[in-house]
Write a protein that binds this ligand. Structure first.
Ligand SMILES: NC(=O)c1ccc[n+]([C@@H]2O[C@H](COP(=O)([O-])OP(=O)(O)OC[C@H]3O[C@@H](n4cnc5c(N)ncnc54)[C@H](O)[C@@H]3O)[C@@H](O)[C@H]2O)c1
Ligand SMILES: [Zn+2]
Length: 412
């Protein structure tokens, strides 16, 4: 068999080759502030980086956030009026239906594209998205398409959006029965994390983002893992100081990984931050999104940590600490979708492995914890071991004394 060519070498029959190399420096701030729309809070106005003589601004607000904060839309309008005429709000803030329905079809993204077009925003205009990860993903997707990308300021309003979904470089909507089948890599212009939004979250969405913190802690930061286990009850009981610490550390680890992991736009096939996600994404679609992303990630990392323990990568103590931590925080480690089977008797969840591989591309590569705070990659998952892990999680869940403390992991 012929050795593959280095694509930069001059191949036979080519008359010439010009090797184009571009280095792009991307930078964006992730601010932490409280009460972002207070008139005396300049963080957002500064983030807009006004383009003289005027910056045109369009705002999208997650319906769940608007419902819980009835003054929010008028606060936003008043805030922008304070900076008029340098900031011009092109229309009153638009409400976009929150949750997975925001990204479950083309419709919302297309509406946003059309609204941007109707108001003739240009590449120096700013779109501000206030909401959970689903709304940020959809608005980000639409904004990245128009004129090949307008400025987007994200104001994440859930724990998961503040520590993960809202701070990275990805957008996406679901299609073809697959999570994030369509999407773009598009860095935001700025991100503003404001913990004041978190006070109105329901229990599942307060707790859901904690799963992403356990995810990164287990594979990247043993001290952070200790912090999460120690503060699990405080976190469940809505201790805001503990939550702010969690969000900051988790956001920092995600940002560090995107910046220095060597593959910000995920062209390779290693995806450490997607530890636990092959089954999490499958659980979300199998349950028709009644299991939220955070809850699905809790189950997904429990399953893969169990697998890591069975295959000698993670000690039994590490697994038990993870399961106890998730449980104490009020996150699920089991769902009946895990042992649901198709007509041929095969576990439905296993289809998630090939879907995950296809989404990333290349040979299968799954990140597993390798002792607490470290990770390793495997290129094969044994269905027999997965099945025994599912049985273990089921038995443990049924006998878990903390179970009555769990918020329902099926969303309202
Ligand atoms: N782009 C990325 O890199 C990335 C990373 C991780 C997750 N995600 C995506 O993020 C999504 C999950 O995001 P999520 O967990 O933030 O949930 P979500 O966006 O689905 O929102 C959850 C619910 O909470 C409501 N809500 C949002 N903020 C609120 C607030 N402050 N008060 C009251 N209600 C509020 C919403 O209306 C919605 O009903 C998934 O689609 C997931 O795929 C994207
Ligand atoms: Zn996730």
């Amino acid at each position: 068999m012929q050795e593959p060519h280095n694509p930069y070498d001059m191949p036979e029959h080519a008359d010439d080759v010009y090797v184009q190399k571009i280095q792009v420096n991307l930078a964006y701030p992730v601010y932490f502030t409280r009460h972002v729309f207070d008139l005396d809070n300049p963080v957002l106005a500064n983030a807009i980086a006004l383009t003289p003589p005027q910056t045109r601004v369009l705002v999208y607000v997650d319906s769940g956030v608007a419902q819980c904060s009835p003054d929010l839309l008028s606060d936003i309008t008043r805030y922008t009026e304070q900076y008029a005429p340098r900031i011009a709000l092109v229309r009153r803030p638009c409400i976009i239906a929150g949750g997975e329905r925001a990204k479950n079809s083309w419709h919302k993204a297309r509406d946003i594209v059309e609204t941007i077009g109707d108001h003739q925003l240009d590449r120096h205009s700013t779109v501000i998205a206030v909401g959970g990860g689903a709304v940020l993903d959809t608005v980000g997707f639409a904004v990245s398409l128009v004129h090949r990308g307008l400025r987007l300021i994200r104001i994440p309003t859930t724990v998961l959006a503040q520590n993960d979904a809202g701070i990275g470089v990805k957008t996406g909507i679901n299609a073809q029965g697959t999570k994030n089948f369509l999407g773009t890599f598009a860095a935001p212009f700025a991100v503003i994390n404001d913990p004041a939004f978190l006070t109105t979250l329901d229990e599942p969405h307060w707790r859901g983002g904690i799963a992403e913190a356990f995810k990164v802690a287990l594979i990247k930061d043993a001290d952070f893992f200790d912090f999460l286990c120690t503060h699990a009850r405080h976190l469940r009981d809505r201790d805001m100081d503990a939550m702010v610490q969690l969000i900051r550390r988790c956001a920092q680890i995600h940002l560090d990984h995107i910046r220095s992991g060597g593959d910000p736009f995920e062209t390779g096939n290693t995806r450490p931050l997607d530890f636990g996600h092959w089954s999490a994404h499958r659980l979300e679609t199998l349950s028709d999104f009644t299991i939220g992303h955070g809850q699905a990630v809790a189950i997904g990392i429990a399953l893969d940590a169990c697998y890591a323990s069975r295959t000698g990568h993670l000690g039994p103590n590490g697994l038990e600490r993870l399961l106890a931590g998730l449980s104490a925080v009020g996150l699920p480690t089991w769902s009946a979708y895990l042992d649901q089977r198709n007509v041929e008797g095969r576990l439905d969840i296993l289809d998630g492995i090939e879907q995950f591989r296809e989404h990333i591309g290349g040979p299968l590569c799954i990140t597993l914890p390798h002792s607490i705070g470290k990770s390793c990659e495997v290129h094969d998952l044994d269905p027999v071991i997965i099945e025994s892990c599912i049985q273990y999680l089921k038995d443990r869940w049924e006998n878990d004394a903390d179970r009555e403390q769990q918020a329902p992991h099926v969303l309202p």
